[in-house]
Design a protein around this ligand. Sequence first.
Ligand code: SF4
Length: 400
Amino acid sequence: MFDCNYFWRAISIHSDGSLEPCCHFNAGLEWTATRIKEDNAGWIAYRESKKLTDWNIQNSNTLQKIRKTALDGGVPTGCSPCVIHEKNGMESPRQKGYDTSADYQPPAESEKQILRPAEYIEAMDLFMNNICNFKCIMCSEDFSHLIAKEKNIETPITNWGDNEPHILEFMRRAKNLKKVTIAGGEPFYNTSYLHKVLEAILPRAKNIKLTITTNGSNKIKQETADMINQFKEVNLAISVDGTGKYSEVQRSRSNWNIIKENIDHMNEILDTKDVVYLYFNSTITAITLPDLPHLLDWANKHPAVKWVHPVFVAYPEWLRCEVLKQEVIDDVKDKIIALTKQKDFAFTHPRCSEQIIKNLENIKPTTKYREQFDNYFEDLKAKRGLDLYKELPQFKDWLM
Ligand code: SF4
């Protein structure tokens, strides 16, 4: 059986209230841009079919179908990200699992049933809404209502709507929760939502490992910090991809000085000694790659930043590092190798430094995406006044 612990003990709730077993699941992959264009009614029906139809959340139609497919010996369509990872010899989220602790007991065979009690759910990924104060260049309307507004989408804000009280009630009933991941939108931009979620799980905070993804642009209030500090363990993943202008170009509407101040404030207000592990989740694109050595150096010297997790962007294609010249990539590689040789460099774990070097060695510069890159930045200039070559003139020489 194509088995996965997420099928039986996990749930992922999207900003529109739709449900999936995990945040990697992507049943929409079969809906290519061409297919959506040709069969728009079918696409709308597909999206509607994912939404909650009753309040039996952990046994929604979608989750029941996925469990049935697995029990019948099939592979749920949305599990293709794991299938692809495994085919390419990489560890998939399914293989890694949602709990890597040594004392984790995987579900017994008798537990693998289509209907699951809420009390058995151990892991939950939550996308609360798409309300965000940024318009990052690699992001979409699903995660930023400002991008939705820019695209003239009729209802730019997506949230749980009428499902909200039922989702919160489900969280209160999920007494075995051990891992909760919260993303947005930007959780600290709209703290009323965040507080509702935290309050629902707070009675079991001492059992829960919490992860919150934030863009770091909002000052965390004392009230919020007091709640966060009560959890067993908290990973605060700050989406910082570069320093200075590199950060500000990639994360449109951001201000690097404010982010720096907020990181210092987080270190003061949160229990970074015993509870909160603060790290950077860095999206590396062609725009931020040249600054990566400096970002690593900056993070290494910051007393609160414990880790940098770089993720090389695959989509949109025109933001991939392949649009940069080989000499730019080589220069980044040389600087990072020099950095890792410094005695005081802390991010020496293979998942950081070795992985970066391996990724850089695999980049094959190409002119294939140059036209799309140029068109995209022309569009951003017209819509947002974002002038790449004015902000970062070096790019005139760095592109293929
Ligand atoms: S197989 Fe992969 S995509 Fe499917 S539920 Fe498990 S972790 Fe998620």
